[in-house]
Design a protein around this ligand. Sequence first.
Ligand code: RIB
Length: 331
Amino acid sequence: MTTIRDVAEYAQVSVATVSRVLNKKGYVQSATKEKVEKAINDLDYKPNDVARSLFKGKSKMIALLVPDITNPFFPELARAVEDLCNQNSYTFILCNTDNSYEKEATYLNSLQQKSIDGMIIVSDTISPDYIGKIKVPIVLLDRVFEKGDYSYVKVNNREGACNATNYLKEIGCKKIAHIAGPSSVLNAKDRMKGYIDAVAYESWFSNDLIITSDYDMKLQASTENIKALLQKHPDVDGIFAANDSIAIRTMKVAEEMKIKIPDDLSIIGFDGISLGEITSPSLTTMAQPIYEMGRKAASMIMDEINDPSLPKRMEKLEVNFMKRQSTRKKG
Ligand code: RIB
């Protein structure tokens, strides 16, 4: 195998000079540079990955930052990004930020130091100012800012939430509550707006039919809040949950309270994670096209890596209603 020493010998220069040409750092006379490049070609020299990334200015690595790897939505999203990376010979790096600004900032810095080619970011902790300082192409995914010139992929959260709530009305629910996602997450706010769009003019509607919860499946505090809601409003017969994890947790709370689903209470989630197919009862949901979202974001980042002058692209995908067993038309 050809080494950097062979190249130096062939070009009759020092190893340091070859390295300067590869790294594009330091002064090298143009005639010397040509000799080194000729030697690289003649000897078919293949620098190792690190050297090659310095030489070409590309590492062939893409990172995806997600806020919570334990939420089944994110592994499904990551799988799609990984598939497209593999198909295009990119190395895929997955970073779990735990919704922590510090952890996220540490990842963003070290990834840039490692010459990452591009990053796909799902975050509600990152600020537009911070994003402005990132020197590589980025695509925001799922959780996106309302304003700013960023490429992003998201779904029609508000319309999807409104349609989910209207479905509960259509099957005859007479009092529908909403378990919203965290107020720091924009898509949770949009889903809450969608619920309100559907119920604001109903005589039974009041603000205390809305409670907030974390987006994850395990938080004990939210479980207590769901229980309190159902105790305070025993006549609630429909719940729109801001994501599937909350909906699944709500089914568990209802079961513990001896509330029958869907006979006494219809529940609809939002996400379309695979887990919802195997719960008992299976979960009716407004499904995001999770795999397509991941693939789209990956394809957009690759396009921007190849041509950083491309205009930013904003993709808003449609959600799809999935009727399963947790909802039923009233008798
Ligand atoms: O379940 C995880 C939630 O966080 C999803 O609804 C997704 O849209 C996200 O932001």
